[in-house]
Design a protein around this ligand. Structure first.
Ligand code: T1G
Length: 700
């Protein structure tokens, strides 16, 4: 079927873009659009043109896959210039997603009407790009430089009402398909003799932004935006809209767009765009319907998980055998719901409607009618097995039984039931009602339908589900141990914790490993390590965090951990006492003090991460390198502009990573620096993690 068709309704021509799933402006669509525009404009029997997107969206933008290559003619810019040059009124019929090149298409129309569900935005910056088809020149001319900059730098869409108030939309349409309303609007325009109204001919609205305005705007940006090359270029484009003629401003924006498109930052962000979507597609299996969820354990995690489920329309039973725990769990749930309501995150009915969906109970009978049970009791295997043994006897056949464990063996928990096919892990990240990442842990016997059910629930409650295998730490935490190990060793070698954090945060990590440890609580990791039987026989292994935990320095929650947390804002501050403690412990362990460069700090932590990721890939604990990238960028603060540890390794070149690991093996000893066999193989073959598929998968 043609991706663009031209329909004639009397004197009104309708150009329909029909290119599922989101009407992306791929080459065939651009070519079809241009052909339809030329034909409609040349047809004397046509008095006005309507541009319409079939399906649930208008147009979601350029085809992001095509951005890997140099764009082919006709370029969107040229199509839109021709659209705007039409001699008869052109009306955009807007609904659903009107994003990126989609909004730029609407801006090149002469009039815009929209249904209430229309979301209008220029999200290119989230892909390390800038609006490359005139948006940087037209949008400021229509709504002013300030609001246009805010929309382009945030990348956030606006709703129909705000678009009407800004003059971005001219006519509101009722709910439903916008076509009829748009055709009526077009007929009205024809009856009024309304002329083509070209945004490119409009001057920038007063007050004209001057140098001071742009300087202040740049200063007002958050740190991450100030560091973004795409943001800087967006501001340059709007400065050009202020000082240059439209065509010159457009030419500059094209040149700056190409610079963005060719950048590592954009390649990384475009990689994550697709990686996050492919991660949440399960390997087969059909999801069972889930209307009601029972969460067992009303602690911090349990109440967060319960809040996430209830806020997304699920019936929720929160169970805890301790009355006190249940009450404090409900208090946490209520406060999470109320703060979401305050931020406008809840649909109509608000907090009251959410809380009406929540019931509490002191025993597991409340799980009898649940479609999904999520256990979040204390991290102890025997306790969890007892809970699952009881659930097995109470719940209906087919109810999915999930454990939120972060360190225990999902198969050992499943073995407490007669239905291991319905048992899996749903590893949420704290705070569970905020963090998007959800590791869905596949047990040996877990069925594809159970996995698909957990993925579907994850998507429904706003999570980014990634299916992972069952091993200690699954994917994220297992790699975190390798990364953290090097942090601990370097502190014993004399590198101050605050310098390790500063170097890694400068490199792009959202938070350094020591600040993360203090935030999570050094006692948490300490307890887990005490229970492990497979730790390396190395007294230096996580010795600094263990020592601090033994001294009761748990981190933020005790006001002291690696850092001191004092004053109103409880900002982290280096503690000279900790430096002394580390030095004494290093002496006791006989760890030689040495100079460590910034580059070594980054390479030892990041190569350790990559090496463990390669092992995880080869063992089948992660299905693809992209899944590992999604986990580390959404659960551990890995910089999105580097695409994730495995994408970053591919960009560095696996030979570079392997050479680094071998250098550390020579300098530090081989104990922790055995190159993963997959890394050695791929480096030797000149291949990448991104292209690698396990033999079984590749055979599929
Ligand atoms: N290009 C290619 N594929 C796309 C796509 C796009 N722009 N948008 C979505 N898809 C695919 C997606 O990978 C998935 O595929 C399916 O469509 C459904 O997506 C010139 C240069 C529109 C709000 O950044 O925000 O315009 O997994 O699961 O939840 O200046 O998709 O089924 O194989 O997200 O209903 C700017 C990106 C591009 C918008 C719909 N536009 N898309 O959400 O579905 S750059 C964007 C979205 C640009 C111009 C510049 C969302 C959505 P698969 P989905 P959804």
């Amino acid at each position: 079927m043609e991706p663009v068709r031209l329909e004639r309704h009397g004197p009104i021509a309708v150009i329909v873009v029909d290119h599922p799933p989101v009407n992306a402006l791929s080459h065939p669509v651009r070519a079809g659009l241009l052909g339809a525009i030329l034909e409609a404009d040349a047809d004397r029997g046509i008095a006005a043109i309507v541009v319409h997107g079939a399906g649930k969206n208008f147009i979601a933008g350029a085809d992001i896959r095509e951005l890997e290559q140099t764009p082919r003619a006709p370029l969107l810019n040229d199509v839109l210039m021709r659209l705007e040059s039409c001699s008869k009124p052109v009306v955009a019929a807007l609904h659903g997603a009107v994003l990126g090149g989609g909004l730029e298409t609407a801006l090149a129309c002469h009039y815009r009407c929209a249904t209430p569900d229309a979301r209008l935005g220029l999200p290119e910056v989230k892909l390390g790009l800038l609006p490359g088809a005139g948006g940087t020149q037209r949008l400021p001319r229509l709504i002013g430089a300030k609001r246009a900059l805010e929309m382009m730098v945030s990348g956030e869409p606006i709703g129909r009402e705000e678009a009407l108030a800004l003059g971005l939309v001219d006519r509101p349409l009722p709910e439903g398909d916008p076509l009829a309303g748009a055709m009526e609007y077009a007929r009205e325009l024809v009856a009024q003799g309304a002329p083509p109204r070209r945004v490119r001919e409009k001057p920038l609205p007063e007050p004209l932004p001057d140098e001071k305005f742009f300087a202040e705007f740049r200063r007002s940006l958050p740190r991450s935006a100030r560091r973004s090359a795409a943001v800087d270029r967006i501001v340059q484009c709007v400065e050009a809209a202020r000082s240059l003629a439209f065509e010159e401003g457009l030419a500059l924006s094209r040149q700056l767009f190409e610079e963005c498109r060719a950048s590592d930052e954009s390649a990384a962000l475009r990689h994550l765009f697709f990686a996050e979507r492919s991660a949440s597609r399960s390997g087969g299996g059909s999801p069972r319907e889930v209307r009601s969820v029972c969460v067992v354990g009303a602690g911090t995690m349990g109440s967060g998980i319960a809040a996430a489920c209830a806020m997304h329309g699920l019936q929720l039973a929160l169970v805890d055998r301790e009355q006190g725990a249940l009450e404090s769990g409900m208090a946490r749930l209520r406060s999470a719901v109320e703060s979401a309501a305050k931020r406008g995150r809840l649909d109509e009915g608000g907090a009251a409607a959410v809380l009406e969906r929540v019931t509490t109970a002191r025993n597991l009978d409340a799980a009898r009618d649940a479609d999904l049970v999520i256990e979040a009791v204390y991290e102890n295997l025997a306790l969890k097995q007892e809970v699952f043994r009881q659930l097995d006897g109470i719940c209906r056949p087919g109810t999915v039984l999930a454990t939120n464990t972060s360190t225990l063996d999902v198969d050992a928990i499943a073995s407490a039931t007669r239905r291991p096919q319905d048992v899996l892990g749903m590893h949420f990240f704290s705070p569970a009602h905020v963090m998007r990442l959800l590791e869905i842990v596949r047990g040996r016997a877990t069925s594809p339908d159970s996995l698909a059910t957990a993925l579907a629930v994850g998507k429904r409650i706003g999570k980014l589900g990634v299916v992972v295998g069952n091993c200690f730490g699954f994917v994220g935490n297992r790699m975190l141990y390798a990364y953290g190990r090097e942090n601990q060793l370097m502190m014993l070698e004399g590198v101050p914790p605050e310098r390790i954090d500063a170097v890694l945060e400068e490199w792009g990590m959202a938070m350094g490993p020591n600040a993360v440890g203090d935030l999570a609580g050094l006692d948490v990791g300490y307890r887990v390590r005490r229970e492990r039987r497979d730790l390396p026989d190395d007294p230096r292994y996580f010795r600094v965090f263990d020592l601090l935990a033994e001294l009761g320095r748990y981190g933020r929650k005790t006001g002291r951990g690696v850092y001191l947390y004092e004053g109103e804002k409880r900002e982290r501050r280096p503690d000279p006492e900790v430096r002394e403690l580390i030095r004494a412990e290093a002496a006791r362990l006989g760890v030689a003090q040495r100079e460590v460069s910034d580059a070594e700090i980054v390479e030892r932590c990041i190569y350790a991460l990559i090496n463990e990721g390669a092992r995880i890939l080869e063992e089948g604990i992660a299905s693809t390198a992209a899944d590992i990238d999604v986990i580390w960028c959404n659960g551990y603060g890995f910089p999105r502009t580097r695409g994730g540890p495995m994408f970053h390794a591919d960009r560095l070149g696996l030979t570079t990573v392997l050479d680094g690991i071998r250098r550390f093996a020579r300098e530090q000893g081989e104990r922790y620096w055995q190159p993963a066999p997959l890394l050695v193989r791929l480096a030797a073959e000149g291949k990448t993690f991104g292209a690698w598929r396990r033999a079984a998968d590749a055979a599929d």
